[in-house]
Structure formats: C-alpha cells, structure tokens
Design a protein around this ligand. Structure first.
Ligand SMILES: [Zn+2]
Length: 124
C-alpha cells in the first residue's frame, strides 16, 4: 500500500469515528407559520392583522412520502440539533464516498501494476 492510500484510509477512519458520535438524526427542515383562526373579531383579522403564532413545523420526505408535524417552541432547539445531526451525516457520508472512490481506483490500479511485473522463471 502506498502513502496516498494510507492517508486516504486514515481520513476514512476519522470519518467513521465521527459517525459513531452522531446523535439522533432528523431529515427535513423546520419552518415557522402564522395562522388565522375562525373566531369573529379576533386580533388575527384586525387591521393590520396580528396572526397567531409562530407555530413551528418540521417537514421531511422519506422514500417519496412527505410528512410534517408541529413541534412546540420548547422543542425547537432539540429539533434544530437533530436536523444538524442529519446534515452532518450526509456531509460525512459524501466525504467517505469521495475518499473511498479514490482508494478503490488506486487499489485496482495497483493490482494491474503488480500483475505487469514479470514473474521470475514463469512463462506461458
Ligand atoms: Zn384569531
């Protein structure tokens, strides 16, 4: 194994260690909403309107299926961290794939080189 391969493997090992540290993963995004209610004379229909909210909502799509749910204001910091964990996962996996692809290419090239070397005393 050459020194570039060793360096790639060290970087991949570091990524694997980072992955082990990741907390719960939440794909998607957090949005804020302001709503209007049906109560007559409510402040949300005043001029200017004072809508209700903000309400926080998390939305995500998995396997082609979209989901969303409301989260309380108290849960917002936790949800933000969960979303960051997921983003971090994606970054780490992308980086892993990038490094690993290089490593795979090198390994195949090295195999070719090794086979080109004349074997001592061998003949067809
Ligand atoms: Zn209202």
């Amino acid at each position: 194994m050459n020194s570039e391969d060793q360096s790639l493997e060290l970087k991949i090992d570091a990524i694997k260690r980072e992955l082990l540290k990741l907390g719960p993963l939440q794909p998607g995004s957090l949005s804020q909403q302001y709503n209007v209610c049906g109560k007559p004379g409510c402040r949300c229909k005043a001029d200017p309107p004072q809508k209700h909210g903000p309400y926080y909502q998390i939305s995500y799509t998995r396997r082609g299926k979209s989901s969303s749910r409301f989260v309380t204001r108290a849960a917002v910091p936790l949800v933000k961290q969960q979303l960051l964990n997921y983003e971090r996962l994606r970054e780490l996996v992308d980086r892993w794939i990038e490094l690993s692809t290089k490593l795979c290419t090198n390994q195949v090239a090295e195999l070719k080189c090794a086979r080109k070397k004349p074997a001592s005393g061998a003949s067809d």
